[in-house]
Design a protein around this ligand. Structure first.
Ligand SMILES: Cc1cc2nc3c(=O)[nH]c(=O)nc-3n(C[C@H](O)[C@H](O)[C@H](O)COP(=O)(O)OP(=O)(O)OC[C@H]3O[C@@H](n4cnc5c(N)ncnc54)[C@H](O)[C@@H]3O)c2cc1C
Length: 401
């Protein structure tokens, strides 16, 4: 098989990339190792900037038919004391909210839209196992599908296979991985009555919870434990865990008692960040989590992954025609990589500062956190910083699809 571009991974980055290239009449195939798009407990919140892109591509209209939760607020409290607020209605941008809905529905809607273009192909159950190289340049991939090894040749391979990317090692990328000093336990409970929509962060001394309203009628709750403390947390029993969480947010006590009845109702997430220095090599480029795995703070992973795809599209179009029938050289993507790295460095340093705030443990550190958050809340730059974070490349509305 031969085509222009092969995308490995049908997540938010890969699937959107497929649609954007198909719209440009580029012969593109998306290989997805799973047979279905079902996935558990992953990026369910899409920031307003990417919702705006989905709207312009006609995907949002499909999502509306399914239904979602509009996310238009972020609030932070120290117990009942309000420290920090962001109201998305105050952003000077036509898109006033992010959305929360199951990721498979979003991926399915993007795929359906892409299928309208004859140059788009999607193969599921296709596990990419190797790269095909000629003279040190990537010219295609090898994948396992229905028990057979198959090959595709193309001018460009786009690696979009997420945080455990295999192409990263197959193409010998240098990866800088950093483990966080804490692990995260997630669970889902039905939303109590009269719960205000919006993302909520609650801190209490050296503990905190992150609470995200989740479609259709749930709350996704995350709380940190010390690194490697999972066995110890479990040995203290579920009641002690429920007590720890509901001490920070008492309204979670009843739903947790009713619905978190075993540790199987919780998920442990190892948090790490991974950054690849040079995203492109001759014939291959990485995007999304495979190029930059971020921390889950303020749910930016899907946003950044989709915006990588959006911003990469014109470079791929130009590269394919400039280097006809040969692999697109790494240098062609220098400008793209440099632009994206600026945005990602902004997001990851913002996340690192918030992580430091949340990790406050001594009474002095907790008091400094309170002061810092209140100052940040009052600064006139608050909406400028939050807009850059929530909207990324579409912050200035200057975008066409
Ligand atoms: C618990 C949790 C909660 C999160 N919550 C949020 C949130 O609310 N908002 C947010 O923005 N982000 C969130 N994130 C992060 C977000 O899920 C990711 O940043 C985002 O999905 C990255 O998109 P991607 O397309 O780069 O990779 P992925 O979504 O990981 O997609 C990669 C795809 O590649 C496929 N694949 C892997 N290997 C191969 C192979 N060899 N061959 C073929 N296919 C392959 C995988 O099956 C997968 O479908 C969360 C992450 C976690 C872990």
């Amino acid at each position: 098989m031969k085509n222009d571009v092969t995308i490995v991974g049908g997540g938010p980055a890969g699937m959107l990339m497929g649609l954007l290239l198909a719209k440009e009449n580029i012969k593109v195939v998306v290989l997805e190792k799973n047979n279905s798009l079902k996935r558990d407990f992953r990026g369910e919140t899409i920031a307003p900037g990417s919702v705006y892109i989905l709207k312009m591509l006609g995907v949002y209209q499909e999502l509306e038919k399914h239904g979602f939760i509009k996310v238009n607020k972020i609030k932070m409290y120290d117990q009942e004391k309000n420290l920090f607020n962001v109201d998305f209605n105050r952003f000077n941008h036509p898109q006033k909210y992010g959305i929360d809905m199951p990721q498979p529905v979003v991926l399915e809607a993007i795929k359906r839209q892409a299928m309208k273009y004859p140059s788009f192909q999607y193969i599921n159950g296709a596990n990419c196992t190797d790269l095909i190289k000629e003279n040190g340049k990537v010219v295609g991939v090898q994948y396992k599908h229905e028990g057979e090894i198959k090959k595709i040749h193309s001018q460009l391979v786009i690696g979009a296979e997420g945080r455990f990317s295999q192409l990263r090692s197959l193409a010998e990328y240098d990866v800088k991985k950093e483990e966080f000093s804490r692990d995260l336990i997630w669970f889902k409970v039905p939303k109590p009555l009269n719960w205000e929509e919006g993302n909520l962060i609650k801190v209490y001394k050296n503990d905190h919870v992150i609470i995200l309203p989740t479609y259709p009628n749930y709350l996704r709750v995350g709380t940190y434990i010390s690194l490697g403390d999972n066995a110890n947390t479990k040995s203290k029993g579920l009641d002690s865990f429920i007590e720890k969480v509901s001490r920070i947010e008492p309204r979670l006590l009843t739903p947790m008692k009713d619905h978190i009845t075993s540790w199987k109702d919780t998920t442990l997430l190892k948090i790490f960040t991974a950054h690849v220095d040079k995203w492109a090599k001759d014939g291959i480029i990485l995007i999304g989590d495979s190029a930059h795995t971020l921390s889950p703070i303020l749910g930016q992973g899907v946003n950044i992954a989709m915006q990588d795809a959006y911003e990469l599209t014109p470079y791929v179009v130009k590269g394919l025609s400039a280097y006809q029938n040969s692999p697109i050289p790494a240098s062609h993507f220098d400008e793209f990589v440099s632009k994206r790295k600026q945005q990602i460095s902004f997001v990851s340093s913002f996340q690192a500062r918030q992580e430091q705030n949340l990790a406050a443990s001594s009474p002095v550190e907790c008091a400094i956190r309170k002061w810092k958050m209140k100052m940040l809340d009052r600064t006139p730059f608050k909406y400028t910083v939050m807009k850059k974070l929530q909207y990324g490349i579409v912050a200035n509305n200057k975008v066409e699809v």
